[in-house]
Structure formats: structure tokens, C-alpha cells
Design a protein around this ligand. Structure first.
Ligand SMILES: *[C@@H]1O[C@H](CO)[C@@H](O)[C@H](O)[C@H]1NC(C)=O
Ligand SMILES: *[C@@H]1O[C@H](CO)[C@@H](O)[C@H](O)[C@H]1NC(C)=O
Ligand SMILES: *[C@@H]1O[C@H](CO)[C@@H](O)[C@H](O)[C@H]1NC(C)=O
Ligand SMILES: *[C@@H]1O[C@H](CO)[C@@H](O)[C@H](O)[C@H]1NC(C)=O
Ligand SMILES: *[C@@H]1O[C@H](CO)[C@@H](O)[C@H](O)[C@H]1NC(C)=O
Ligand SMILES: *[C@@H]1O[C@H](CO)[C@@H](O)[C@H](O)[C@H]1NC(C)=O
Length: 501
């Protein structure tokens, strides 16, 4: 973490002070502004607040920001604070550069586009964040309390409902949001934690970190919850009402942490760590910008179960929308949700569960076949997609697998199952020739009989059953392919009720 040498494009979100563009006339001519001025003096001392708050509304088109000062009603008027709109509070994390990170402007732009009248407050605590990590982490509580003071003051002078306040905090900023939520007089509507920082927070009591108590609804994205040397950059434990672990929550596609030794050798480890950690931000921004490509996520006990395709149900709120448009489902215990994503925006993929009964004369042990599928649909055919192999595959039983596609292929029409590898008949033939027929030939010979594939689509919540097209050729071995199409009459099909709701 000390090698967090991050190349960031610099952003001038730092300027404080007031924009001179707003004339004094606007203040006196506006009635609600006068109300604000009358109420601003509520007998609190805000003079010690060091954190800076910059308001970005769509009125400040050229990205000029405008400083809001707790206790100074005039600053709200100057900054065109809209009392009837939603208010977003965006909070950065630990910094090694002392500068605002570039994702901030992307987030602000996305929110502005979607919520035209929204008040977008960018919290600037760079001074206290540009410290040793331990010091910055310790500062998150006092910064949170200052954010809370601002929010409480805003509510006092403008009567904004705190329900309409949504805090979005990244890394250490997620815990700042948590401390802010704990300290406000009334509960705020929502906190979104984007890969909340792990070190010094993992395993601590709810009072000392972001927790479900901090807002009416707390949702959390975990994109770099990966422990090395006992430390995980992003927190691993659930800390919200809904905790999402995209791609298992540790390695993100396109980031390449698996290449960690190369990254160390070339000094790019900071970029790699940064990519995984910051993916949480980009997933959230994607959910604002690409609402027509809304990613779905699924409740599941753990990654392993999800990677067997076993959690693609939407019954009883088991599935939800990732990010901005999430359904605010609160249960007593936080629910873990999973999904796969693409490597870049738009991140949405289409998940399928494949249930395949593998008839085999031998036990399937230490078996790592390379199985792929092509799915054929009403609006296109998929590229070759790999079937993730769970640890245990059982013979003479129905096994469940997960497959996901980047493209929407519509309703399913058929499946091609591909088993890559050297043709076993050749190696078997060669072995027989070499060792004689009494050789230990079963060692790497595998043959499976597959009659049917049952499929459940997560995104469409539909079930399909496909049967081997050629009923006199249902055996597969490495190097072979098999086609499955809609089952014809004569195939016994279980008549289960559809999950479609
Ligand atoms: C304030 O926001 C509301 C919507 O929440 C909008 O109708 C109104 O026009 C906005 N006022 C100003 C001055 O922009
Ligand atoms: C953390 O901050 C508190 C005051 O807020 C201080 O008493 C304490 O010494 C700090 N701890 C560290 C490790 O900086
Ligand atoms: C699977 O079932 C077939 C037929 O019932 C049987 O011959 C075979 O031994 C079984 N395989 C295993 C691994 O038990
Ligand atoms: C085949 O080889 C495996 C390991 O190489 C051995 O455990 C097994 O007993 C052998 N089977 C026969 C029939 O020789
Ligand atoms: C079905 O499989 C059998 C046995 O492998 C083969 O002889 C036959 O040509 C196949 N039929 C079709 C239509 O592919
Ligand atoms: C399956 O259910 C549908 C509708 O409930 C029914 O029309 C059909 O006959 C059933 N098929 C079988 C094989 O039972």
C-alpha cells in the first residue's frame, strides 16, 4: 500500500471561496433565501470545521464549484442550493497525492446528467486524508462529524428532508459517510459505500466503521476485498443492508491482479491495486449512466455457490439492481449479493445456470475438463463461453454450472457443448498400441453421456430444457462437440412451474 503511486489526472475541484458570478441582487430578491438568512443563526459554532464543501449543481455548467459554509446562509444562496431537490454528498478517501482523484468528476457528471436539479456536494478533506494511512483513518471520524454538522445545519435552515440525502463514499470516505450518518440528528436516506477501506476497520464494532445503522439504507460494493498478509485493502465483511461482491469481490476482470509479480517488477502495482479498488466507483457510475443496461445481482451465501450458477433466482427479493437504482430492501441481516461483470463499461452480463446430468461409468475425480458452450438465441448467437468448473463434479448426478455472456441473445433456442482437449480415442488407440490392451488405459480416458441440459436465465428468469439433437450419439469425450435443441415429443420433461414473475 505504500507503493500507492497513482497517476491521476488532476482536477481543479479544490478551489474554494465563492463564485463571483452570482450577484447580491439574487439574494435579496429571493424570498426563500431570506428565510435561510433568518434561520442561519441557530446558535451553533461552526468555526472549527476544517472540511470544505463544494456544491456542484447543473447551474455551474463549466464545472466551477461553489463553497458552502455551515452557518453562512448566504453561501447556499450564492451556490444556488435547491431546497426541493435531492442532495448528494460525495466523499473521497485516503490520498497519497493530496489531490482530488479523477473519478470524482466522472461521478459528479453522471449524477448531474441523471438528476438535473440535484445538489451535489463534494466533500474536501484532502488535508486530513493526505497523511499516513493510520492517521488518515483516525481522521475519518472527526471529518464524518463535520459532514454531519453541515447536514444538520442544512436541514435546520432549508428544511430539506434528510430522506433525500444520499452520501456516496469511496474507500476511507465510506467510513467518513458512516461516521457522518451516526452523528446526524436524524437519519439520512442512504449511504453508498464504494469498496470501504479494510485496514483498521475490518472486524471492528459497528460504531467504529460504516454500518447498517448509519442511514435508512446502506448499500456497499466490495471490489477489492482480497486479503494478503492479513490485510485487505477493501473491507471483506458485510457492513450494509446489501453488500455486493462483483466477480466475487476480489479480482476484477481487466484489472489483472493475477499479474501481480509483473506489476511488482515493473512498478505498476499501485495502478493494479487502484484498478480493483476503484472498480467500485465505475460500477456505480455505470449504473447511473447506462440504465438501459442495468446489471442484475443475486443473493447468494458465497462465491462458490454463485459460481455453480445456483443463485439466479428473483423470487422474494433474491435479485436486485446493482448500484444507483437498487431496490432498498432491508433485512435484519445484511444480504450478500453476487454478479459477474464485463471488464469495462457497460459492465452488464447475462447469467445462466446450466444443469447437466453427467452419466459416467467412472467416478469423476481430480477432473478439470475444458468445457465451453455456444448459446443460440432469437436475437443472436453467443461467442464461445467457458463453463466454470466447481471443485466437485459428480458422476451420475446432476451438476450445476454458471455461464455468462456479454451479449443479450434473447430467448434461447439451442446449445452447443464443446469439450476441448486431445481426442481420447487417439490417445487411447496409441496407448493400446504401445502398452498392449492390458495397460492402465482408464487413467486419462473420460467419456460422458449427456442427454439433456436444463437452463435457467437469471436476467430473463426463464427456464428451458434442451435435449441431445442426435439421440444415437449422446456420448462425449475430449475433443468432441454436441448439439442440444428444444426437446421433441417423447422426451420426458419435468413440468416445473416457471419462475417468471
Ligand atoms: C429545484 O428543483 C426542482 C425539482 O426538484 C425543480 O423543479 C426546480 O426548478 C429547481 N429550482 C431551480 C431554481 O432550479
Ligand atoms: C486518533 O485521534 C484521536 C482524537 O480524535 C487521538 O486522541 C488519537 O491519539 C489518535 N490516534 C492515532 C493513532 O492517531
Ligand atoms: C453410473 O451408473 C451406471 C449405470 O447405472 C453404472 O454402470 C456406473 O458404474 C455408474 N457410475 C458410477 C461412477 O457410479
Ligand atoms: C491405474 O493407475 C492408477 C494410478 O496411476 C492406479 O492407482 C490404478 O490402480 C491403476 N489401475 C489399474 C487397473 O492398473
Ligand atoms: C447420429 O449419430 C450417429 C452415431 O454417431 C451417426 O451415425 C449419425 O450420422 C448421426 N446423425 C446425424 C443426423 O448427425
Ligand atoms: C406441462 O404444463 C402445461 C401447463 O401447465 C400443460 O399444458 C402440459 O400438458 C404439461 N406437460 C406435461 C408433459 O405434463
Amino acid at each position: 500500500m505504500t507503493s500507492f503511486t497513482l497517476c491521476l489526472s488532476l482536477l481543479s475541484l479544490l478551489s474554494t471561496g465563492f463564485s463571483e458570478r452570482h450577484s447580491k441582487d439574487a439574494v435579496t430578491s429571493d424570498k426563500s433565501a431570506q428565510d435561510v438568512m433568518h434561520k442561519e443563526n441557530i446558535g451553533w459554532d461552526y468555526s472549527n470545521i476544517q472540511t470544505k464543501f463544494n456544491l456542484q449543481s447543473s447551474k455551474h455548467t463549466e464545472e466551477k464549484d461553489c463553497g458552502i459554509i455551515a452557518g453562512v446562509g448566504e453561501s447556499l444562496v450564492k451556490c444556488n442550493f435547491n431546497m426541493t431537490s435531492k442532495t448528494f454528498v460525495i466523499i473521497h478517501g485516503w490520498t497519497t497525492t493530496g489531490l482530488m482523484e479523477s473519478w470524482m468528476s466522472g461521478m459528479v457528471k453522471a449524477l448531474k446528467k441523471q438528476e438535473v436539479h440535484a445538489n451535489i456536494i463534494v466533500v474536501n478533506w484532502l488535508e486530513r486524508a493526505h497523511q499516513l494511512y493510520t492517521v488518515a483513518a483516525n481522521n475519518s471520524e472527526v471529518v464524518g462529524r463535520e459532514v454531519a454538522m453541515l447536514v444538520d445545519w442544512l436541514q435546520k435552515v432549508t428544511d430539506i428532508p434528510l430522506q433525500k440525502v444520499h452520501m456516496i463514499g469511496y474507500s476511507l470516505g465510506a467510513h467518513v459517510a458512516g461516521f457522518a450518518g451516526k452523528a446526524t440528528q436524524n437519519k439520512i436516506g442512504r449511504i453508498t459505500g464504494l469498496d470501504p477501506a479494510g485496514p483498521l476497520f475490518e472486524g471492528t464494532a459497528p460504531d467504529n466503521r460504516l454500518s447498517p445503522d448509519d442511514a435508512d439504507f446502506v448499500d456497499v460494493l466490495h471490489t477489492f476485498a482480497y486479503g494478503t498478509l492479513g490485510v485487505s485493502i477493501g473491507i471483506e465483511q458485510p457492513v450494509g443492508h446489501i453488500d455486493v461482491y462483483p466477480n466475487g469481490g476480489s479480482f476484477q476482470p481487466g484489472c489483472g491482479l493475477h499479474d501481480v509479480f509483473n506489476a511488482l517488477a515493473y512498478g505498476t502495482i499501485g495502478d493494479v491495486v487502484y484498478c480493483e479498488h476503484e472498480r467500485s466507483v465505475h460500477l456505480f457510475v455505470d449504473s447511473i449512466l447506462n440504465q438501459d443496461k442495468q446489471s442484475l445481482m443475486y443473493r447468494c451465501p458465497d462465491t462458490k455457490t454463485f459460481e455453480k450458477g445456483m443463485c439466479l433466482s428473483c423470487r422474494r427479493n433474491r435479485c436486485n439492481k446493482l448500484g444507483y437504482n437498487i431496490n432498498k430492501i432491508r433485512s435484519k441481516r445484511s444480504s450478500r449479493m453476487y454478479l459477474k461483470t464485463r471488464a469495462d463499461m457497460p459492465f452488464k452480463v447475462f447469467h445462466y445456470q446450466l444443469k447437466i446430468h453427467l452419466f459416467s461409468s467412472e467416478e469423476i475425480q481430480d477432473w478439470n475438463p475444458k468445457l465451453y458452450v455456444n448459446l443460440y438465441g432469437t436475437s443472436g448467437d453467443s461467442k464461445k463461453a467457458s463453463i466454470e468448473m466447481p471443485e466437485q463434479v459428480a458422476a451420475n448426478r446432476t451438476n450445476s454450472f454458471l455461464v455468462y455472456l456479454e451479449d443479450d441473445i434473447g430467448d434461447l433456442l439451442g446449445i452447443k457443448l464443446i469439450w476441448e482437449g486431445s481426442s481420447s480415442s487417439w490417445s487411447l488407440w496409441f496407448k493400446r498400441l504401445w502398452y498392449g490392451s492390458s495397460s492402465n488405459e482408464t487413467e486419462d480416458f473420460k467419456e460422458l453421456e449427456i442427454r439433456k441440459i436444463r437452463v435457467k436465465s437469471g436476467e430473463m428468469q426463464k427456464k428451458y430444457t434442451f435435449c441431445a439433437t442426435n439421440r444415437s450419439a449422446m456420448k462425449m469425450s475430449p475433443g468432441s462437440e454436441m448439439m442440444f435443441t428444444k426437446c421433441l415429443d417423447g422426451w420426458p420433461i419435468k413440468n416445473k412451474t416457471s419462475l417468471h414473475s
